[in-house]
Design a protein around this ligand. Structure first.
Ligand SMILES: [Zn+2]
Length: 282
């Protein structure tokens, strides 16, 4: 039965109807997108910060933006006095504050509750099934995720590496009716193929083919960044619920220095892909 299913999948993807070539650039450009459903999958509350200018712009332009975070972020601190539970609560509230700065409503934030730092050791099938459920529910026009790599498997630190492949694998699985078919027969969902992708990276930007001008959204990006008090600035080693005015100012200045510039404009870069999920690494 399993062998038959796999054979069917292989046959189906080699049929000419799926023989699309990936497009290198979004058309229309991201700055003109409207009416789309955007789903960003990250490992931690703040992975989306790399794309905050773009997310704020998309939200302002009449798209619906959803952020799905796989872990609670319950390990990321150097403060010896914080417990896992405390940190998970703090990070959720920081993320909601950051998204509010971008105009993204709280009910568009979905946290799947896995433990920080150990994502790659979770039951992959269960995590993919969970993500597939959300893809089939939200039916995103555009999936944003850590870049799993183009023509090779990209190295990221552990949770980011896992999140990249889990997102790619979930995007692929979501389109097959007979994969996780209980979601369709029992939960009222329907299979779905994500048509477009924007992949983000933190250090290595070699594969980027799309730059988004975030000139009008830098302030929102900087303000959102300043909400991650437990992750940056003095709160990383010694968390406190609120920072002084000077500390907030410093955090914002730090954020501003990390805004990437291209052709004299503040930009965020992505690898855009359009087509069958099978080929998103090609
Ligand atoms: Zn992260």
């Amino acid at each position: 039965m399993k062998r038959f299913l796999l054979a069917s999948l292989c046959l189906a993807v080699s049929a000419p109807i799926f023989a699309q070539r990936p497009e290198a650039k979004p058309d229309p450009p991201v700055e003109k997108w409207t009416g789309k459903i955007i789903m960003l999958i990250g490992a931690h509350a703040d992975d989306d910060a790399l794309s905050h200018g773009t997310l704020a712009m998309l939200q302002a332009h009449g798209n619906q933006v959803f952020v799905v975070t796989l872990t609670t972020g319950n390990v990321g601190t150097q403060d010896p006095n914080l417990s896992r539970m405390q940190l998970a609560t703090i990070r959720r509230s920081e993320e909601l504050s950051a998204l509010a700065e971008l105009g993204i409503p709280a009910d568009h934030y979905i946290n799947l509750g896995y433990d920080d730092g150990l994502l790659e050791f979770e039951d992959r099938k269960a995590v993919v099934e969970n993500l597939v459920r959300w893809i089939r529910k939200l039916r995103p026009t555009v999936l944003m995720a850590w870049d799993p790599g183009r023509n090779y498997q990209r190295w990221h630190k552990s949770d980011h590496r896992a999140a990249a492949y889990l997102a790619a694998d979930a995007a692929r699985a979501a389109m097959w009716r007979l994969l996780f078919e209980g979601q369709i027969t029992q939960e009222g969902l329907k299979e779905y193929m994500v048509p477009e992708y924007l992949f983000y990276n933190d250090y290595d930007h070699d594969d980027e083919n799309t730059w988004v001008d975030i000139s009008d959204y830098v302030e929102k990006k900087v303000n959102a960044f300043s909400k991650y008090v437990s992750q940056y600035g003095p709160g990383w080693k010694n968390y406190k619920t609120s920072l002084s005015e000077a500390e907030v100012k410093q955090l914002k200045e730090d954020a501003r220095t990390h805004v990437r510039m291209k052709d004299g404009k503040p930009m965020e870069g992505f690898r855009y892909y359009k087509g069958l999920p099978d080929a998103l690494g090609k």
